[in-house]
Design a protein around this ligand. Structure first.
Ligand SMILES: C[S@@+](CC[C@H](N)C(=O)[O-])C[C@H]1O[C@@H](n2cnc3c(N)ncnc32)[C@H](O)[C@@H]1O
Length: 213
C-alpha cells in the first residue's frame, strides 16, 4: 500500500518492516502529547470499566513505546483502597529510557523494561490483571506479534481485562480472530474519541476491550 507520510510518498509495508515507524511515532507522540493523553482518557471512560475488584492490580503494557497513556491508565484503575502497578515492555531502547525518566515519580508503581515480549516469563512473575497493547503490529510483523499475544494470554489472569487500540480496522479484526476462543468481547469498534484521520499516524482509531474467560 502506497501512502503519504508528512509529504513523503512511501510504501507502508516497507516502512513498517524497516522499523522507521518507531521514530515517526516518537515524534508524533511528543508533538501532540496532551491531546493524545486526553483523548485516551476519554476513551477509557467510555469503553473500559474500572470495576475490577483486585487489591493489587497489575497492568502490563506490551510494546508500550514511550507510554503516553501510563498516567491515565494508572489513574483510571487506582481507587482509594487498592494498589496499582504498571509495567511497560518494549524493545526500543530510546522509548523505554524516555518512559523511565517521564514516570520516575511513580517509583515502584511504574516500571519500564527494555526487552523482547516474545518471552514474558523472565520478568512477569505474578499474573497480570490488565493487558494493554496500543497499536500492536499484528498484521505486519511476520508472526512476532502473534507470539507476543500468545505469551500475553499465558500470563493473563482469568477474568482480567484485555485492552487494544489500532490504527486500522483490519488490525482489530485480526486480533479479534486470535483472541476470540479465550476472550469475551466487551467492546470492539471505532473509537469515538479518536482524532479524525488526517494522516496514517492517527492513533487509537479502533478499540478492543475483552475479558479473559
Ligand atoms: C506500532 S509501535 C506502538 C508503540 C506504542 N504502544 C504506541 O502506541 O505509540 C509498536 C511497538 O512495539 C515494539 N515491539 C515490536 N516488537 C517487539 C517485541 N518483540 N518485544 C517488545 N516490543 C516490541 C516496538 O518497539 C514499538 O515500540
Amino acid at each position: 500500500m502506497i501512502i503519504d507520510i508528512a509529504g513523503k510518498v512511501v510504501n507502508l509495508e516497507a516502512v513498517l518492516l524497516q522499523g522507521i515507524v518507531q521514530g515517526a511515532e516518537l515524534e508524533r507522540d511528543l508533538f501532540c502529547r496532551d491531546e493524545e493523553i486526553s483523548r485516551y482518557n476519554q476513551m477509557l471512560q467510555m469503553y473500559v470499566s474500572c470495576d475490577l475488584s483486585v487489591d493489587n492490580l497489575n497492568i502490563l503494557n506490551i510494546g508500550c513505546g514511550i507510554c503516553l497513556e501510563a498516567t491515565v491508565l494508572y489513574n483510571h484503575f487506582k481507587k482509594a483502597d487498592n494498589s496499582v502497578r504498571l509495567v511497560g515492555i518494549d524493545m526500543h531502547v530510546e522509548a523505554i529510557e524516555y518512559a523511565q525518566q517521564q514516570y520516575v515519580s511513580f517509583g515502584e508503581n511504574m516500571n519500564f523494561v527494555c526487552g523482547d515480549a516474545r518471552e514474558l516469563d523472565w520478568f512477569v512473575h505474578d499474573f497480570v490483571d490488565i493487558v494493554v497493547m496500543s497499536h500492536p503490529e499484528i498484521v505486519y510483523s511476520n508472526g512476532t506479534w502473534k507470539k507476543i499475544v500468545s505469551e500475553a494470554m499465558k500470563v493473563h489472569v482469568a477474568g482480567g481485562l484485555w485492552l487494544n487500540t489500532f490504527y486500522f480496522e483490519r488490525e482489530m479484526d485480526t486480533m479479534h480472530k486470535i483472541i476470540a476462543p479465550d476472550y469475551e468481547i466487551i467492546f470492539k469498534g471505532k473509537n469515538e474519541h479518536a482524532r479524525e484521520v488526517v494522516s496514517f499516524f492517527c492513533p487509537h482509531q479502533y478499540v478492543i476491550v475483552a475479558r479473559k474467560k
